[in-house]
Design a protein around this ligand. Structure first.
Ligand SMILES: C[S@@+](CC[C@H](N)C(=O)[O-])C[C@H]1O[C@@H](n2cnc3c(N)ncnc32)[C@H](O)[C@@H]1O
Length: 275
């Protein structure tokens, strides 16, 4: 019997072009394999039922980026363990549905449902092919879900536009594009640009046989704006949350040292034009 864990061992990591089908497919397996580790590391900060937009600690309870969602039909894509949808259902009074491509992340969501007593409707779906009718939601959102892991972001925006009703709102957070020019180091090593901001090659991890295990895609600020406007949305705002004084928690390459000088997160708010 082949040793699968050995086959999937990380052999190479770096910035390189890979075929789109391989890069786009990798996320499902990677998040299945790493769901528990992600939640062990970040679950407490995320909270079981809370909508955290970014490592800077901005929460929807303060920011209200989704607007008044009481009674609204809300779709979360790339929901992970669905903490945001759980908060929307239990606190904000929204009719929220959570989707993710990874069965491992959705299994973690089901465990949180059971522990918290707040059940979120969970649907396994690639954000590039949403299994919902046209104009069936008032709001769609994601915090760091789906978009960074697909080579073809316009497909996600087109699907979001399709399932949103006219006038509906689309809000997403991603790693701030500027960060891609810097090493992913939360300390002073992450303060000197070592790559071109304009180099769109994805960050890729692969196995010894060349299979793509993980791919994360870079888009400049202009690319995000072009994707949003290209899908027919009206852009409402670009937010760059500042690192709050006294916030010491490090999350990957995010932390107070870099947060004092560089933006770490970009949040985009847009809406479908009214009919
Ligand atoms: C960084 S996690 C964010 C999860 C959650 N929003 C949070 O804040 O913890 C990224 C999530 O995007 C999901 N994802 C990746 N590619 C996707 C795709 N094509 N469609 C839907 N979800 C995807 C992953 O499975 C993972 O759960």
């Amino acid at each position: 019997m082949p040793d699968e864990s050995q086959d999937d061992a990380l052999a190479e990591a770096g910035y390189r072009a890979v075929p789109d089908d391989q890069g786009g497919r990798a996320a499902r397996g990677w998040w299945d394999a790493n769901a528990q580790e992600y939640l062990d590391e970040h679950g407490e900060f995320l909270g079981p039922a809370d909508l955290l937009w970014c490592p800077e600690g901005l929460r929807e309870s303060q920011a209200r980026l989704l607007g008044d969602v009481r009674g609204a039909r809300v779709l979360e894509i790339g929901a992970g363990a669905a903490q945001g949808s759980r908060w929307l259902r239990s606190v904000a009074g929204a009719d929220a549905v959570a989707t993710d491509v990874s069965a491992g992340m959705l299994a973690a969501a089901a465990r949180l449902d059971a522990d918290s007593g707040v059940a979120v409707p969970l649907v396994q779906a690639d954000a590039r092919a949403l299994p919902f009718a046209d104009a069936s939601f008032d709001v769609v959102f994601t915090a760091f879900g789906a978009l960074p892991f697909v080579p073809d972001a316009p497909r996600v925006h087109a699907e979001v536009a399709r399932v949103l009703r006219p006038g509906g709102r689309w809000v997403f957070s991603v790693t701030h594009p500027l960060r891609w020019a810097f090493p992913d180091d939360p300390g002073t090593g992450g303060l000197t640009a070592t790559r071109s901001y304009f180099d769109r090659r994805p960050y890729v991890e692969s196995a010894a046989d060349g299979r793509v295990l993980y791919a994360e895609y870079h888009r400049t600020v202009g690319d995000h704006v072009a994707d949003v406007v290209g899908a027919g949305f009206v852009l409402d705002s670009l937010l760059e949350p500042e690192w709050p004084a006294g916030h010491e928690r490090v999350w990957g390459g995010w932390g107070p040292v870099r947060g004092a000088r560089l933006p770490g997160t970009l949040i985009v708010r847009a809406h479908r034009p009214p009919a």
